[in-house]
Design a protein around this ligand. Structure first.
Ligand code: SF4
Length: 333
């Protein structure tokens, strides 16, 4: 069949996102973006319901330009000609997650919160089918915490564990940490902050894990500049939910339950409350639904479904829906 009688269609995982002034195509499989002119956006939309010939007749003044752009999109693998558009339905962008809580960050401090209290909270997280857990150790008695983590994750259903610890030159034993990583397949990364070197050691046996020493301070949010993530999962989540806080729970060194360790608001304490009661009976989950479409300025930005959101460092501290502080991009210019 000749292309004039066919329809041009972007591949289903290539999605056009409209900003206040600019248009981007996100390639959710190859993790790339392409800026397109506004006119091409309308042409692509017309191509979904009209044959290529009909589109060019309708836009006869620019038909050469249309040919150039569409050929370019085809050569660069963004789309193709099809004879039956109905045979290539849109992807369902619904976001569903099997567990209510997917991420947990726990600041371990046995001086403030007893081991058994932590244990109880971690077992509750397992019952929630929480996949990812991050432990933060700022106290001095590191080996006690490492032993505790080792025991508690051994029979857990966590699929990935990250440990962040303060570096202590007197206690640091690289060989021991390497063995620890090799013996704990669920631990993906161990960070040591405030170290005197920048160093990453990759351990590839039996599975890949990393030991990272960094000069960066520990007690700060690591998101200090725009972070862009382009893949299906992040896109689907960003369409509907806050892509930093959704499904996340943080427990600070005093046992306080928060959305983010750095945000002041507290919803309960693991010494007195179960995680379930906090989630069910407080406004804990409200921020989970704050997608980029609800955030001032971001809602008009073409990067909004690939841009990591931060609700701690805001451009206007008094306004909970102001855009992240770190971003200088203006989608209206
Ligand atoms: S933070 Fe900046 S780049 Fe990201 S969506 Fe908002 S305006 Fe766009």
């Amino acid at each position: 069949m000749k292309k004039n009688n066919m329809y041009f269609k972007l591949y289903s995982d290539n999605v056009i996102i409209k900003g206040a002034k600019n248009y981007l195509i996100y390639d959710l499989t190859l993790s790339r973006i392409k800026e397109i002119p506004e006119l091409l956006f309308f042409v692509i939309k017309e191509c979904e319901i009209m044959t290529y010939e009909q589109v060019k007749i309708k836009n006869k003044d620019i038909k050469k330009g249309i040919d150039t752009y569409i050929n370019h999109l085809i050569n660069d693998n963004w789309g193709t000609f099809v004879s039956d558009v109905a045979a290539f339905p849109e992807i369902n962008f619904e976001y569903l997650r099997p567990s209510k809580i997917s991420h947990a960050i726990i600041e371990l401090n046995f001086n403030e919160t007893h081991k058994k209290t932590h244990q109880k909270a971690i077992f509750e997280l397992m019952n929630f089918n929480c996949n990812h857990i991050q432990f933060i150790i700022s106290d001095k008695k590191k080996s006690e915490y490492f032993d505790f983590i080792n025991k508690i994750i051994y029979k857990s259903n966590f699929t990935s564990v990250i440990i962040k610890s303060q570096f202590d030159g007197n206690e640091y034993d690289e060989q021991k940490i390497r063995c620890y990583l090799q013996n704990n397949k669920r631990i993906k990364k161990i960070f040591f902050f405030d170290a005197d070197v920048e160093k990453t050691i990759i351990i590839s046996e039996p599975f890949t894990s990393k030991l990272i020493l960094t000069k960066q301070p520990m007690n700060t949010c690591s998101v200090k500049q725009p972070v862009y993530i382009l893949n299906r999962l992040f896109f689907y989540e960003s369409l509907h939910k806050n892509n930093c806080l959704n499904g996340k729970i943080c427990i600070d060194k005093n046992g306080n339950v928060k959305n983010c360790l750095y945000i002041d608001e507290i919803f309960g304490n693991i010494k007195k409350n179960s995680i379930k009661s906090i989630i069910d009976n407080t406004k804990f989950c409200n921020l989970w639904d704050l997608s980029k479409d609800k955030i001032e300025i971001c809602k008009d930005c073409e990067f909004r479904y690939m841009c990591f959101d931060c609700r701690f460092l805001l451009s206007d501290k008094a306004n909970t829906i102001s855009k992240p502080l770190f971003c200088n991009y203006n989608p209206y210019e």
